[in-house]
Structures are given as structure tokens and as C-alpha cells.
Design a protein around this ligand. Structure first.
Ligand SMILES: Nc1nc2c(ncn2[C@@H]2O[C@H](COP(=O)(O)OP(=O)(O)OP(=O)(O)O)[C@@H](O)[C@H]2O)c(=O)[nH]1
Length: 369
């Protein structure tokens, strides 16, 4: 092949490879670079062709891609996180001139003793490396080794490797930007999820708030209507909480509210049911796919869980410890029922049952159907 024909065929190869890199998905970048260095190594008649990447502080370099001619030894596994300070002459060449060209390792300058030892270890006779620079950042280098014989690298070969280096550098830069973008996107999604959770959470007790309840009851009514299963709504109110606050103070009142919320939450968690703070010292629970018997059982468990806390309540006329009263309503939603009307009706029915529980002495639960 004469020089002109060879140049044309190389330019064609570069053009094909760069098209492939440009069109590659970020996930395919790694494989694409592998293909590029294999094509270049083979085309340039080198024995090895590789890419190294620096870490951000330029303290380490890692061999990320390697192509090796058949029967020659690969070195990628022993060239991971190599300290740049261990090859100071080489690193200086790449950093300052963005290239390091060695035709014959016997003619390396005296200060390159570490480099000579490393080249000998890898049986390298000649080597050429060109810096990967994108947006004025040195990302690494691409290089070719000659093991078979020495080689005088021509200006044309240096020019070609520079083209390859620019192509790889831009691809890596694009990949980094993409990874940063993904990272930012994940962080944003996480922040968003946390915000959403906060929006649905009661600040004092940490359980769901009224807003979350509104959403949940709507969904549960629609689900119960589709599955034709009964749904129970409970309103739970702490007994004689005003005298509790008056006697123990508002701060201790807050503490008691948290303990009651925790105990009820733990109790209902087992049934994958839902409890929210409805406001003040009032809570609301939704028990799905249930029946009268199971709902009464859940109500008794809630009453018992709060009694078992044994939170002292001296001024109470009910018990010497904190208790709750519960009003419930159980209903099988029909497809023709308006969800909003039904929510209002369920709340009102549960409220009436609660009123009766309070009137009959508190520390009890009534369920209406
Ligand atoms: N510590 C504290 N108290 C609250 C909070 N929200 C509401 N309360 C108090 O809860 C008490 C509710 O009192 P009432 O509605 O009169 O009812 P009660 O004393 O519990 O009596 P019964 O419900 O009839 O048993 C009021 O004193 C409110 O100040 C809160 O976030 N923290």
C-alpha cells in the first residue's frame, strides 16, 4: 500500500469508528472503546494497544482497556491504580506534552530508570502514548507497545494516534457527563421521595397524616368496590386528654401522643392496615378486606395496646392510666356509590359510634354497620 492509499484507508477506519462511538449508547461505550483499540492496534501493527484513565487527582492511573496481539502477554490486571509518582518521567511527559514517544528504551534519559524497569518488565522495546484531553482536562492516555521489535514512530503515526486519542477522550468525557447526570438525577429523585414522604407524614408522631389518609381511603374504597370486600374505618380518640395535658403539661402530652401512635402503628402493621393522625388527639384507621368479627378484634387489640403502655393518668375518671375510645363503621362499597360521599358518610357513622363509646364510659370501641 502506498502512503496515500494507506492514509485514506486509515482515515476511513477512523471515520467508521468515530461514527460507531458517536452512535453508541452510554452503556455500550466500554465495548466500543475495546473495539476501537483492537482495530487501531491491529491496523498500526502494534503488539498491544490500550487506554489508561487517571483518577481526578491524577495520583493514580488504571489500565481500563487493552488489546493484545495473539501470543503476546496482557498486562491489564497488573496495571490497576498504578501510582503516577512511581513513573515520574513518563507522567511528566504526558502531563506537559500530552505524549510520550520512545523508539528504543535503551535511549531513555537517565531520570527514566523506573520507566525503563517497567518497560523491560513488560518486554516493551518501543512505546508511544498520547494524552486523552477533553475540555482541557487530562483524562488518561492511549498507547501502543512494540514487543516484537523496535520501531521508529513516524509523525504520521503520532498524528493518527492523536486522532484516536481525541475520539476516545470525547467519548469518555461524554460518558462522565452522562454518569454525573444520572447521579444528579438519582439524588434529585431521592430528595423528591423524601419530600413526598414528609408531605404525607405527621410531624409529631411520624405516622401518616390526614392528607395521606385522604389518599388512602379513596384508593381503598375503590379497591374494596372492585373486589366486593368490606372496608372498616375507625376513629380513635384519647380519653380525657385535656385533663392529662392540664396535669402533666403539654410537652408530656406530646410524648404520650407519640407513644400511643407508635403502639397503635405496631399493632396494625401486622395486618398491613393503615393508621393516620387525624388531628389533635384523634387518629383514624382503615382496615381493608375485613369483616365485623375481624374488625372488632383489631379494635380490641388497639384498646389493649394502649392500655398496656400503662401511661400514668392520675386525673382520669376512667382508669389511672391512659386509655382510648374507638368508633368504627364497616361497609361493603358498591360501584354506584360516590367515593367522596361515602368517605363523608363513613366518617360521620364512625364519629357517632365514637360518641356513644365516650358516653358509655370510654375505654371501649363500638362498631356500626
Ligand atoms: N399535648 C398535646 N395536646 C394536644 C394536641 N392536640 C390536641 N391536644 C389536646 O387534646 C385535648 C383534647 O381535649 P378534648 O377534646 O376536650 O377531649 P378530652 O379531654 O380528651 O376528653 P374526651 O375526648 O371526652 O375523653 C385538648 O386539651 C388539646 O389541647 C397535641 O398535639 N399535643
Amino acid at each position: 500500500m502506498d502512503l496515500k492509499t494507506e492514509q485514506i484507508s486509515f482515515d476511513q477506519l477512523i471515520s467508521e469508528l468515530s461514527t460507531r462511538l458517536i452512535n453508541s449508547e452510554p452503556a455500550e461505550t466500554y465495548e466500543c472503546i475495546e473495539e476501537v483499540i483492537a482495530a487501531i492496534g491491529d491496523y498500526a501493527d502494534a503488539d498491544r494497544c490500550y487506554v489508561f484513565e487517571f483518577n481526578d487527582s491524577l495520583e493514580h492511573m488504571t489500565n481500563t482497556h487493552e488489546w493484545v496481539r495473539t501470543d503476546y502477554q496482557a498486562h491489564i490486571s497488573d496495571l490497576q491504580a498504578v501510582k503516577t509518582a512511581d513513573l515520574p518521567w513518563f507522567f511528566e511527559q504526558i502531563k506537559t506534552y500530552h505524549k510520550c514517544i520512545v523508539d528504543n528504551i535503551d535511549f531513555l534519559p537517565p531520570e527514566a530508570t523506573a520507566e525503563k524497569a517497567e518497560f523491560e518488565r513488560e518486554q516493551i522495546k518501543s512505546v508511544i502514548c498520547v494524552g486523552l484531553v477533553a475540555n482541557q482536562h487530562l483524562l488518561g492516555f492511549v498507547g501502543c507497545d512494540m514487543v516484537r521489535q523496535e520501531r521508529q514512530w513516524t509523525p504520521e503515526e503520532i498524528r493518527r494516534l492523536r486522532l484516536v486519542a481525541d475520539m476516545v477522550a470525547n467519548t469518555l468525557e461524554r460518558q462522565r457527563t452522562y454518569s454525573e447526570l444520572i447521579h444528579t438525577q438519582r439524588a434529585l429523585e431521592k430528595a423528591n421521595r423524601m419530600l413526598q414522604a414528609q408531605v404525607a407524614q405527621d410531624g409529631l408522631t411520624g405516622i401518616a397524616n390526614r392528607r395521606a389518609f385522604d389518599e388512602r381511603i379513596t384508593n381503598e374504597i375503590q379497591r374494596a368496590s372492585r373486589h366486593k370486600t368490606p372496608l372498616a374505618l375507625l376513629i380513635i380518640d384519647i380519653d380525657q386528654f385535656k385533663p392529662y395535658n392540664d396535669h402533666y403539661g403539654h410537652l408530656q402530652g406530646d410524648q404520650a401522643l407519640k407513644s400511643v401512635a407508635d403502639a397503635m402503628f405496631d399493632q396494625l402493621q401486622r395486618n398491613t392496615d393503615f393508621i393516620a393522625r387525624y388531628g389533635g388527639e384523634e387518629f383514624v384507621a382503615v382496615i381493608s378486606a375485613t369483616n365485623e368479627e375481624k374488625t372488632k378484634e383489631s379494635m380490641n387489640q388497639l384498646l389493649e395496646a394502649v392500655r398496656n403502655l400503662k401511661i400514668k393518668h392520675e386525673p382520669s375518671e376512667v382508669e389511672p392510666y391512659l386509655t382510648i375510645s374507638i368508633g368504627g363503621y364497616i361497609h361493603k362499597p358498591r360501584a354506584d356509590e360516590d367515593t367522596e360521599d361515602l368517605i363523608a358518610r363513613m366518617i360521620s357513622k364512625a364519629d357517632s359510634a365514637l360518641y356513644r363509646a365516650k358516653s358509655d364510659g370510654r375505654n371501649r370501641g363500638y362498631l356500626d354497620t
